[in-house]
Design a protein around this ligand. Structure first.
Ligand SMILES: [Cu+2]
Length: 193
């Protein structure tokens, strides 16, 4: 008892699931290709005794030599950067003017990651005895820098997030189920022409 309508339905469902799976995996790979900030000098939340002459940001991959901006802003909103960002491999280094007073500083940065997407974020440090504070955020100074991608979504910190792994797992299961159903229906159809 052949049912070509059901068989076609199964084929269509399989194609849909396969396409969904492809898109999910593809977007996960794309997301993980963004450069992530790996470390900074001074470190986020660090208290240094004397004003640094420069700040350095290190990324997971080379940053493109275009569109990089680093601002180092004190509590009054004054930017203490001097000259342009120097980009070398995974490092972006920004010189500072001498004479920056003791107090809290926020480093606001934006670079173009190796895959061509802009990534940005901010971190804080302090000079002297004061603990670093973030003038723009109500959270504590130890808050992690907000790394976002071009779509404004938080970038992945160190690999594919758990939810994506879950989606991939679920999609794979559904795809396998659809494939098996499809093959079973085809075989059934052949046995009963
Ligand atoms: Cu990207």
């Amino acid at each position: 008892m052949s049912d070509p309508t059901r068989s076609r339905w199964a084929g269509g469902a399989l194609a849909t699931v396969a396409l969904t799976l492809f898109l999910v995996v593809n977007s996960a790979v794309t997301a993980s290709a963004h450069d992530q900030i790996r470390s900074t000098t001074p470190a986020d939340g660090q208290q240094v005794t004397a004003a640094p002459t420069e700040v350095t940001l290190r990324f997971t991959e080379d940053v493109l030599s275009i569109g990089a901006v680093v601002l180092v802003v004190d509590g009054h909103g004054t930017d203490w950067t001097d000259g342009k960002v120097r980009l070398e491999g995974i490092e972006a280094t920004q010189g500072l003017k001498p004479g920056a007073p003791d107090g809290a500083y926020q480093v606001r940065w934006r670079v173009v990651s190796a895959d061509g997407h802009p990534v940005s974020g901010a971190f804080a440090f302090s000079v002297g005895a004061l603990a670093p504070t973030d003038p723009t955020a109500p959270t504590t100074a130890t808050a992690k820098p907000a790394v976002v991608d071009s779509a404004g979504e938080p970038a992945v910190d160190g690999g594919i997030p758990t939810v994506v792994v879950g989606i991939i797992g679920a999609s794979t299961g559904i795809a396998l189920f659809a494939l098996v159903s499809f093959l079973v229906r085809r075989r059934t159809g052949r046995r009963h022409p």
